[in-house]
Write a protein of this length. Structure first.
Ligand SMILES: [Zn+2]
Length: 213
């Protein structure tokens, strides 16, 4: 009974902006709240996307990510207030680019549940460090070998170990780990799959259905 109540509360509060057209209006409506959540969530690592915490550049970068129509947002609310948000972009599947909560227990639970679903459905990946890396690791996000991360990020990276690499963001070097499940294309039909579902044959990555036909 308790679980059922909990699940119905959860399903009522998760919004998929950029995926469900009915939720699109929430991007604008809640942009200040989303900004404040992301701004405060990245303050402990110095700022959002390499910008100085609290600077105008940081604000502009957050707002640009939120309002980018190509970006998908998973947003949760409690009593009409935004409690957590995740921003994704399309890159080798769905790449998580930022995430945060309003610091309440509702927000933390909501964020964990969305991240847990991502892991269960193998539908997202991202670059992580610090507390969020520990959180997604506990929720089952798989480690991606750092040797793959240059290709997946499209950036110059320096491999630190099998699981860690460093790359420049702004003018600083950050050590990160790739976590989750990235999708790669079948070289024959172009459809996307987790790489462990693509077979490597004759120098090509090939999906099941292309191999069968
Ligand atoms: Zn194929």
């Amino acid at each position: 009974m308790k679980l059922k109540t909990f699940k119905s509360i959860l399903s009522e509060t998760v919004y998929s902006i950029g995926l469900n057209p009915k939720h699109e209006h929430l991007r604008k409506k809640h942009s200040e709240e989303i900004h404040n959540i992301l701004q405060s969530s990245y303050a402990s690592i110095g700022g959002y996307a390499g910008h100085k915490s609290g600077s105008k550049n940081e604000r502009d970068a957050i707002m640009a990510d939120v309002h980018n129509p190509e970006h998908k947002l998973k947003l949760t609310r409690h009593d009409g207030k935004v409690t957590s948000v995740i921003v994704y972009k399309d890159k080798y599947g769905r790449k998580l680019i930022s995430a945060g909560t309003d610091g309440t227990s509702h927000g933390k639970t909501h964020l964990k549940n969305v991240l847990k679903d991502d892991s269960k459905m193998e539908r997202a990946w991202g670059e992580f460090s610090g507390p969020l890396k520990a959180v997604v690791g506990k929720l089952g996000w798989k480690q991606i070998k750092s040797s793959r991360m240059g290709k997946l990020t499209g950036k110059d990276i320096k491999q630190v170990s099998d699981t860690e690499y460093s790359r420049k963001i702004g003018d600083k070097d950050f050590v990160k780990s790739g976590m989750g499940v990235a999708q790669e294309q079948c070289d024959v039909c172009g459809s996307q799959h987790p790489r462990n579902k693509l077979l490597f044959a004759e120098g090509f990555h090939v999906c099941d259905s292309c191999l069968d036909s």
